[in-house]
Structure formats: structure tokens, C-alpha cells
Design a protein around this ligand. Sequence first.
Ligand code: ZN
Length: 68
Amino acid sequence: MTAEPAPEATCVVCTTPVAADARRCPSCGLARPAARGRGVLARGGFAAVAALLLVVWVVTLVVVATAR
Ligand SMILES: [Zn+2]
């Protein structure tokens, strides 16, 4: 076991070792640098993208239905 804590993750932008719970990358300032995959789009981003796609789909459906 080493005395200093090993970095658990790296920044997705600059690959600087950061803590898993770091809020910002100390090198490039990226918010939540250790959150790759999970947590990045899981909360608000994914819902926003899904809602946007749903709106686009509905609008397209309406346009196609009314065009005939
Ligand atoms: Zn970084």
C-alpha cells in the first residue's frame, strides 16, 4: 500500500488524474471530470435529449399527417 492515495479516475479531456468525486478538473477546469458515461447524461441531459427527440418526432408526424 502506498501512502499517497492513488487517483481513481482521469479527466476525459486532458487525462489528468483526478479524484473520483472531484467537482472540477484542476488542469482544464472541466466540471465533473471523472464522470464518464454514467452521470454525465443520466440526470438532466438524457431527459432533455429524449424530450427534444420526442418533440421533433411529433412535429414531423403532424406535418406528414396534415400534408396529405
Ligand atoms: Zn481536465
